[in-house]
Design a protein around this ligand. Structure first.
Ligand code: NAD
Ligand code: ZN
Ligand code: ZN
Length: 336
């Protein structure tokens, strides 16, 4: 089988031929049909974050495919079913976070495509308990971006507690942002889309954004304040400047949801404003298996649209460049 491997942080990925792995106890082997390229994979390959992955490793945590083999202790009836392999590769299942619906905060979690090999591969192994069934009404190419970009922004909207008629500003209309907009609308919010690429703003309008702001040309803070300010700002762009703008665009009582993970990201906040304006700042990391099942249910019911183009595994390095250049509408998905 073929896989794309990071052999050295910051170096191009290598596509190589390796033996098909055998599932261990509690694992499934999945033959991938689609594997989304999340911006996180680029951060991983570059070693952008404080906790770095150790090469060699296979990135990818938006994997969707068919279970073709199971290890000891896994019901063989699962063979032939279609599953999604998310960022939360596994968690301990017993800590206070795991048992209270916050498995995404488990301190003993392993992350797909970061601390365990991921989905830029024709076949991969996954923990049978942490893969999520994909319903028939959702294609594999659509399911892939939903597996991280979808569940992450669905959770961000939940964490923000968006209520109908609130104004939700989404900063960054990429893989995550184009879905954040849609979940904010499903929750009943009015939406403002902010990006630095005209094509992303055009896409946002097609997806029903009420307002768009090009942060490369105009001032999103002034424009959003002129509308009355944002009740919720969801920061998905990997740009510290964009986080500051998201914060400054809030009205009193507003909530900033930090989602993007810029390299060396720092956010300095004026305590006086945070206190007097009653601002909440919250971090949001992916979503649980239950959240992902809800994301799939919404998509199967026709409530969301995934905007993606497909690529070959061999095109992975060019695909990273396309994402970094902002030329992608809105997600690239490796199709096998
Ligand atoms: P992406 O590259 O698809 O989208 C980023 C978007 O931001 C692009 O449309 C780009 O044009 C836009 N942008 C860039 N600079 C901007 C600026 N200054 N102002 C406004 N828009 C700007 O990336 P993605 O896959 O959507 O991921 C975004 C970030 O979220 C990454 O840092 C990724 O690691 C992180 N992420 C976080 C989680 C989480 O659970 N918190 C999950 C997945 C990804
Ligand atoms: Zn991701
Ligand atoms: Zn745990």
């Amino acid at each position: 089988m073929r896989e794309a491997v990071v052999t050295q942080l910051g170096a191009p990925l290598e596509v190589r031929e390796v033996p098909v792995p055998e599932p261990g106890a509690g694992q499934v082997r999945v033959r991938l049909e689609a594997s989304g390229i999340c911006h996180t994979d680029i951060h991983a390959a570059n070693g952008d974050w404080p906790v770095k992955p150790s090469p060699p490793f296979v990135p990818g945590h938006e994997g969707v495919g068919v279970v073709e083999a199971v290890g000891a202790g896994v019901d063989p009836a699962r063979i032939g079913t279609r599953v999604a392999i998310p960022w939360l590769g596994r968690a301990c299942g017993e800590c206070s976070y795991c048992v209270s619906g916050w498995e995404t905060l488990c301190e003993r979690q392993r992350n797909t495509g970061y601390s365990v090999d991921g989905c830029y591969a024709e076949q991969t192994l996954a923990d049978a308990r942490y893969v999520v069934p994909v319903p028939d009404g959702v294609s594999s190419v659509d399911a892939a971006p939903l597996t991280c970009a979808g569940v992450t922004t669905y959770k961000a909207v939940k964490v923000a507690g968006v209520r109908s008629a609130e104004r939700v500003a989404v900063f960054g209309i990429g893989g995550l942002g184009h879905l954040a907009l849609q979940y904010a609308r499903i929750a009943g919010g009015f939406t403002v889309a902010v990006d630095v690429e005209a094509a992303k703003l055009e896409l946002a309008r097609e997806l029903g954004a009420d307002h768009t702001v090009n942060a490369a040309e105009g001032d999103p803070v002034a424009e959003i304040r002129a509308l009355g300010g944002a009740d919720v700002a969801i920061a998905t762009a990997a740009s510290p400047r964009s986080f500051r703008q998201a914060f400054e665009s809030l009205r009193r009582g507003g909530r900033l949801v930090c989602v993007g993970l810029p390299a060396d990201g720092r956010l300095e906040l004026p305590v006086f404003d945070v206190v007097l304006k009653g601002i909440s700042v919250v971090g949001s990391i992916v979503g649980t298996r239950a959240d992902l099942a809800e994301v799939f249910a919404l998509h199967a019911a026709g409530r969301t649209e995934v905007v993606a183009q497909t690529r070959e595994l061999e095109e992975v390095n060019d695909s990273f460049a396309e994402v970094l250049d902002g030329r992608v509408p809105a997600r690239l998905v490796i199709r096998f």
